[in-house]
Design a protein around this ligand. Structure first.
Ligand code: ADP
Ligand code: ADP
Length: 228
């Protein structure tokens, strides 16, 4: 994923908000990048630009070497569904669906055959250590378990990017550590990257590097380790 001198402006009534201003940033397949910064500094907008949910107002955004502006909304939507997994602060599991049905949903929306989808969902639940929760509903799970199931859902399409928005923001410190250890295990050299927005320095340090955003620009960068 790459952003080249990207700006993103929003119109709020008569006011123009510069959410992202002139950001150049690339994330290699295999990297785990953390993003921190004050509220309103543009972190979510940046995550959305990296994850093809948004397109730049100016500048260029690439996902696997494809310029997002050269793609139709439909093409971007397919790219997002097949190549990007999202993990949220409040898990966003559907309360009326069992664990396995939540996990298989992205595949079913992509019209994968039901039997194949359930099989892949089962494997994804195994990957995150949640096989025993396949037939449970979200309300029967702890926060940490719900987040694991949500990570299984993000992984089920075998995406090349996992984007996390405050994944530990609603978890106690023990569950946070478990979730961060799991997220840390997801990047694969040449295959999969993880980008995470967080308010927690401890969580951020699980990444390979930390990008600090202020007023829509990269204010600072720190490297913790060299990716595998
Ligand atoms: P953060 O994630 O760091 O809190 P955001 O990226 O959500 O920051 O927001 C950056 C700025 O852009 C804020 O001023 C916010 O109000 C504005 N903004 C974000 N999304 C929208 C939108 N869809 N419409 C209008 N303004 C937005
Ligand atoms: P479509 O147009 O094909 O319905 P959407 O843009 O609604 O596609 O969503 C595609 C995928 O992107 C969904 O699977 C969803 O998980 C994710 N997504 C959509 N909107 C957001 C958002 N605001 N924040 C995070 N993820 C989103």
């Amino acid at each position: 994923m790459e952003l080249r001198d990207v700006t993103k402006t929003y119109q709020q009534g008569s006011r123009t908000v510069n959410a992202v201003r002139g950001v150049t940033l690339s994330v290699d397949a295999g990297e785990f990048v953390s993003i921190m910064g004050p509220s309103g500094s543009g972190k979510s907008t940046l995550l959305h630009l990296l994850g093809t949910l948004d397109t730049p107002s100016t500048g260029q955004a690439f996902f696997e070497n494809r310029d997002l502006r050269s793609m139709s909304d439909k093409e971007r939507s397919v790219l997002r569904r097949t190549k990007v997994g999202f993990v949220f602060q409040f898990f966003n599991l559907l309360p009326t669906l069992k664990g396995i049905d939540n996990v298989s949903l992205p595949l079913l929306l992509g019209r994968t055959n039901r039997k194949v989808a359930l099989d892949l969902a089962q494997k994804s639940l195994e990957r995150v250590g949640m096989s025993h929760r396949a037939t449970h509903y979200p309300e029967e799970m702890s926060g940490g378990e719900m987040q694991r199931v949500a990570i299984a859902r993000a992984l089920v399409t075998n995406p090349s990017a996992i984007l996390c928005d405050e994944p530990t923001g609603n978890l106690d410190s023990a569950s946070s550590k478990e979730i961060m250890t799991l997220l840390r295990s997801l990047p694969e050299p040449g295959k999969r990257s993880v980008v995470m927005v967080t308010h927690e320095r401890k969580a951020a340090e699980y990444g390979d590097r930390l990008i600090y955003i202020q007023d829509g620009t990269v204010a600072n960068e720190e490297r913790f380790r060299v990716p595998a």
